[in-house]
Design a protein around this ligand. Structure first.
Ligand code: GRF
Length: 192
């Protein structure tokens, strides 16, 4: 698992009995991330790989990939990881990296998706879970759930409703990925 923030999605995965034993390592680029505390509380090994300790994004991504490999992980789950992964990382875990994003991609990629949806005046936004390729918030889509924008929503109320959808969707996806029911074939996702 890679996480930068408070780690509520990580917590939802830790709380899933079928997933928890499969989480071998939580890596963060942020030494004080809440996600690290959640992992430690669950007895899961943690590591910190700081962006600033490396000369460029490629070197940072290699250090991350080495940490993941050393844990023996077969796949990589991004749970609020806020750094862009260089192509060298993607190629080492091709079709085995999964991300969750708070919009209906391809609308509103990037780190400000909830506010941008509000600013655009969309009436429906949502959650996307997808395999990660070399582009930002891009790759074969596994699942999407729509969330209505309500009158009076601000970024915080809307993100709260989006996150409650994330916390039920992500464990469902990761459970089925772990047992081989979700994979990429010819660039498209199969969910058996
Ligand atoms: C989530 O909304 C996720 O969609 C986005 O980052 C946020 C992470 O939240 N990629 P948390 O750290 O899991 O609470």
């Amino acid at each position: 698992m890679l996480a930068s923030g408070s780690g509520t999605n990580l917590q939802a995965l830790i709380d899933a009995a079928d997933i928890r034993p499969n989480i071998g390592l939580v890596v963060s680029d942020m030494p004080g991330a809440g996600a690290l505390g959640r992992a430690e509380a669950a007895g899961i090994p943690t590591a910190v790989v700081r962006f600033g300790d490396h000369p460029d994004r490629a070197a940072f991504s290699v250090a991350l990939a080495d940490a993941v490999d050393a844990s023996g992980a077969k796949g990589v789950v991004l749970a609020g990881f806020m750094r862009i992964l260089a192509p060298v990382f993607v190629s080492r875990f091709r079709d085995r990296i999964i991300n969750i994003h708070p919009s209906l991609l391809p609308a509103f990629p990037g780190s400000n998706a909830v506010q941008e949806a509000l600013d655009h005046g969309v009436k429906v936004t949502g959650v996307t879970v997808h395999f990660v390729d070399e582009e930002v918030d891009h790759g074969p889509i596994i699942a999407q759930i729509a969330v209505a924008v309500e009158p009076g929503d601000d970024a915080s109320t809307l993100h709260r409703r989006i996150q409650s959808v994330e916390h039920s969707l992500y464990p469902r996806v990761i459970t089925d990925f772990l047992i081989g029911r979700i994979y990429v074939a010819d660039g498209m996702v199969v969910w058996e």
